[in-house]
Design a protein around this ligand. Structure first.
Ligand code: ATP
Length: 414
């Protein structure tokens, strides 16, 4: 009897001490208040759900970065901006977390959208998502989230963070689900924001994120992933850009022959590497096969070639503007040795396979040589550099070098 009593008492004690331990861990974790960027989509909602389950005090922060006035919405329909806000608020209510809003419409316009338009005017192809992450989400938005009393700021980005044992700085890593990896868009984010950042989805496959959303009965569980540039919403890009930039028709010129092979509807509507869809040609087959090589804004000319494998679409070397290193400084290979060369991998587009390259610093710019020529390099897009799974940083491409242009003297820079 006494034995049974002692066993029961000690098991009760064990249960109690486990419960107490859980309570202590729980209350310690509760000390962290995490502001989650709630977009109205499934990823950030699941990020908030997971943080809440871990015991954090979670608040939802929705940002308005685009004015309803700048969306043409059919009568009686809700604009994209309003729909996202509505979904974000409903999600916070469902998750039982506070809902906060912040307006960065003006800042987004001047730091992201104006430079985006300017770049298009000059005949180049910018990346507004990289600029948005650097100047808005991981700077102004981040600071605002901290000013609300949060110690951490989380987003639904697919990427991971790790502290570098040697330097003590934060490293940006690719997501485990490579098909969703967003480190490319984060490659120009600055080190100072990263110690407070959490990416709860970096280790999860997207299918698991959707499953968690369904299990938690989030109304956005089956909502489509956002594709393309966020402010364009569901509109066709051509129609959208034509509202802001003058698009006048001009010639499509074949880089091989120098001959005009069709008429384009305005150079801003075309991106190097994309199909040109030249109309007016008799052969349907040919129409399918023209690709944009380059553009000249000055001459309002779009240069094209026949076939996706044409050597005019390949680039083996390029120059960039001043790079942005996630660690804050350039990697040791570029800083410490004379004649220093960084051997790494790089991509020039979201989800492009990584390409081996050599990077040299020339003044404060990068001179990049690829082991094999790569496809579809567009000026003003971002080059993101990697050492295995670590994203080292990014830089805006200022010039394609050694791209094969069979037609001597074709001037492609606007
Ligand atoms: N309007 C917004 N307000 C607050 N945070 C935002 C907003 N838009 C995006 N974010 C944050 O940035 C992350 C990445 O944004 P992105 O536009 O790539 O959306 P996404 O991958 O489709 O994610 P989601 O499914 O959450 O919309 C989001 O998961 C979210 O945390």
């Amino acid at each position: 009897m006494a034995l049974i009593g002692r066993a029961a008492a000690s098991s009760a004690l064990r249960r109690w001490s486990c419960a107490a331990e859980r309570l202590v861990q729980h209350s310690q974790r509760r000390l962290a208040t995490v502001a989650v960027g709630i977009s109205g989509g499934v990823d950030s909602a699941v990020a908030a759900l997971l943080l809440k389950r871990q015991g954090h005090e979670v608040i939802g922060l929705h940002m308005r970065s685009w004015d309803v006035k700048d969306e043409s919405v059919p009568e009686g329909e809700m604009s994209c901006v309003e729909k996202e806000r509505h979904d974000a608020e409903r999600l916070c209510r469902h998750l039982g977390i506070g809902f906060h809003e912040v307006d960065f419409v003006r800042e987004y316009w001047s730091l992201v959208f104006e430079p985006f338009l300017q770049s298009y005017r000059h005949g180049t192809t910018p990346n507004p998502d990289v600029a948005c992450n650097r100047y808005i989400k991981f700077d102004l938005f981040h600071q605002h989230a901290l000013s609300l009393g949060a110690q951490h700021v989380a987003t639904g980005h697919y990427a991971r963070l790790r502290r570098d044992e040697r330097t003590g700085r934060m490293q940006l890593l690719k997501a485990v689900d490579e098909s969703k990896d967003q480190s490319y868009f984060l490659s120009c984010v600055q080190q100072q924001a990263l110690p407070q950042v959490i990416f709860p989805l970096g280790g999860l496959p997207k299918v698991e994120v959707r499953r968690l959303a369904r299990e938690a009965e989030l109304h956005v569980a089956s909502k489509k992933d956002s594709v393309g540039i966020c402010f364009v919403g569901k509109r066709r890009f051509g129609r959208f850009i034509a509202e802001y930039l003058e698009c006048t028709s001009g010639p499509f010129v074949c880089v091989e022959t120098g001959m005009t092979v069709g008429t384009h509807r305005g150079h801003p509507l075309y991106t190097p590497g994309a199909k040109a869809r030249i109309g007016g040609l008799a052969e349907q087959e040919d129409r399918k096969k023209w690709y944009v090589v380059a553009k000249s804004a000055q001459e309002n000319t779009v240069y094209v070639c026949l076939g996706a494998d044409h050597r005019a679409l390949k680039t083996s070397a390029l120059l960039t503007d001043t790079p942005s290193w996630v660690a804050g400084d350039a990697p040791d290979a570029l800083r410490l040795a004379n004649e220093s060369v960084l051997r790494c991998q790089a991509r020039v587009r979201y989800q492009q396979p990584l390409n081996a390259c050599e990077v040299r610093l020339s003044e404060d710019r990068l001179d990049v040589a690829f082991e094999q020529p790569i496809d579809y390099v567009a000026e003003q897009q971002v080059l993101a550099m990697y050492d295995g799974e670590v994203c080292l940083g990014g830089a805006t491409i200022s010039q394609r070098l050694e791209n094969v242009m069979p037609l001597e003297g074709v001037q492609i820079h606007g």
